[in-house]
Design a protein around this ligand. Structure first.
Ligand SMILES: Nc1ncnc2c1ncn2[C@@H]1O[C@H](COP(=O)(O)OP(=O)(O)O)[C@@H](O)[C@H]1O
Ligand SMILES: Cc1cn([C@H]2C[C@H](O)[C@@H](COP(=O)(O)O)O2)c(=O)[nH]c1=O
Ligand SMILES: [Zn+2]
Length: 283
């Protein structure tokens, strides 16, 4: 049974699907952010639709009622796109913030879609899931350039807001944001890691700062002392830049514990290396 506010809405993409079931746990991210003033307390994106041009199984896109102004003046949306960037270490609430902002846009009657990298298969490919269990259907893609074709050009044209999570994994982030905001009039909300586990710039996230209307750097809580955490410490000895994982591999840390952690990990690595050298059976 659809709530009346949903059943009275005009569907953008057919056939209509079931309403989104979105789970928002009560916990809040540590970092502070503001939502548009119209955000109601509890109501979530209203529609889950599929693009009929996609082969089955079709990834979800969800759309919100078309605003009358969009029908009458479709060209107006191409004039003023926006780029908003949310960065910070792991567990800072980037995904939570992204989902809240998407929610707020949706509640304001804007048509929204969310994209994540298909590199992260931990929770399946059809949803974005926060570390504390909030969930939203999404498109899981290898590249952002494939998005327009995947959702279909008509559906793309009618989109107002595009959310991108795990932005560090998209090589074509800069070009996509330029095109979507400058030429297509979209509001693009990007969430990603600014730095990797060695605090090096990660992917193209920092490259889009010059394109941005706003930049929000969130912080987590240091797992060791509960102070503000700005960095992500990798607890294992893997050295590749991209390594999908959660709390079993990473922890948010303050500056002091990042430095201490690197020393400890470096020392542990040296011990392991020397043990390997001493051991005849290891190479
Ligand atoms: N060390 C931690 N391990 C697991 N979960 C954590 C930890 N620190 C915070 N969290 C939870 O993760 C939530 C943020 O999740 P999420 O929005 O997915 O963060 P991000 O996208 O920045 O990694 C916090 O609100 C908190 O409930
Ligand atoms: C620090 C760091 C992280 N990653 C991976 C680990 C996770 O799969 C994502 C980050 O997810 P979140 O939503 O920000 O929690 O990125 C990595 O591949 N390399 C790193 O150095
Ligand atoms: Zn600390």
């Amino acid at each position: 049974m659809l709530p009346t506010s949903i059943s009275s809405m005009k569907s953008l993409i057919f056939p209509p699907f079931s309403p989104l079931s979105l789970h928002f746990p009560k916990t809040k991210p540590f970092a502070f952010f503001s939502l548009p003033s119209k955000t109601p307390n509890v109501s979530y994106p209203k529609f889950l639709h599929v693009n009929p041009s996609m082969p089955s199984p079709r990834p979800p896109i969800f759309s919100i009622p078309i605003r009358q102004s969009h029908i009458e003046t479709p060209q107006s949306s191409s004039l003023c796109g926006e780029v908003h960037v949310i960065v910070g270490p792991m567990f800072a609430g980037k995904t939570t913030t992204l989902l809240h902002r998407i929610q707020a846009e949706s509640n304001n009657g804007r048509t929204v879609a969310v994209i994540k990298s298909n590199k992260d298969t931990r929770y399946g490919l059809d949803s974005i899931v926060t570390h504390d269990g909030m969930k939203l259907p999404c498109w899981a893609l290898a590249s952002l350039s494939s998005f327009r074709l995947k959702i279909g050009p008509d559906a793309y044209d009618q989109l107002d807001v595009i959310g991108i999570d795990e932005a560090q994994f998209f090589e074509d982030l800069y070009d996509f944001c330029c095109e979507a905001a400058d030429h297509d009039g979209k509001t693009v909300i990007v969430a990603g890691l600014d730095g990797d586990y060695l605090r090096r710039s990660f992917g193209s996230v920092l490259n889009i700062i010059p394109l941005a209307n706003s930049v929000t750097k969130l912080t987590a809580r240091c797992e060791l002392c509960r102070k503000r955490a700005f960095f992500t410490l990798r607890k294992t000895d893997e050295t590749e830049t991209e390594l999908i994982g959660g709390a079993e591999v990473y922890m948010p840390v303050c500056r002091q514990h990042y430095v201490d952690g690197q020393v400890v990990i470096g020392a542990a690595r040296s011990v392991l290396e020397s043990k390997k050298l001493q051991c005849g059976t290891c190479t």
